[in-house]
Design a protein around this ligand. Sequence first.
Ligand code: NAP
Length: 267
Amino acid sequence: MNSVKIIIAGPRGRMGSEAVKMVTNTEHFELVAVVDHKHDGHMLSDIDGFHSIKNVPIYATIEKTLQSVECDVLIDLTTPEVGMHHARTALQYNVRPVVGTTGFTKADLEELDRICQEKKLGCIIAPNFALGAVLMMKFSQMAAKYFNDIEIIELHHDQKLDAPSGTAVKTAEMMAAVREFKEQGHPDEKETINGARGAEFNGMHIHSVRLPGLVAHQQVLFGSDGQTLSIRHDSYNRASFMSGVKIAVETVMKQDIFVYGLENILE
Ligand code: NAP
């Protein structure tokens, strides 16, 4: 297999630094540059934590990066607005995006889908790259066929910008596709404190917990007469996401369509 030439946006971040490790430790991947708005003109080896990674230039913008190096795939792990700009620009330069950044809007996803169709290029966006989380979503979708009373509790570290999490929204969407619609809770229920029943999605409720010490966790609770079912996944560190990122990079090279969700590329 030819080596896949990769650029990473957000290399100093919690996810980005794991991605740098994963890419540089994978034989058939080559890290050709990184996008870091604060270290233009430096080398990655100048940055604390990356001293042993040689010959990787840093550019402040995606445009400058794509004009300066030849590459196949962009891995973006930044913030929603930046990530959207990066993904859109990469596709314009015929580079395939693998995006872990969460918080993209429906309009963002539709726009990227449209560009992929025009350019006949692959792009993979996954709100959760942990394989266990993808299975948790799949198992939840299976259960939602039989249990239509469902509450999602998602728990994340307190530096997370978006709520509910992309994973929770994706899980709710997958369950809504097979669940017999039901407006949950008592028809006369009233919140005595705003938000007590969480966010509402298609009659289901989503609760977002933010605490230092947590990484990324989700529990999906199903209830019916005399029984409950809980499906839970826990990511204890960010290395848990990297096997999924690796699969996505390998897969995006063979695809010419837009894909949202890792579950759509797992065989
Ligand atoms: P983080 O630690 O805050 O990292 C984000 C990085 O992006 C920071 O280093 C930031 O640099 C950098 N950045 C911001 N603007 C930039 C720009 N214009 N150019 C280049 N770099 C830029 O956040 P994180 O925990 O790694 O999470 C990153 C994203 O991944 C979030 O959207 C998060 O929700 C998502 N996430 C996804 C998964 C998944 O499996 N898909 C799992 C966990 C997290 P400065 O801080 O210096 O501005």
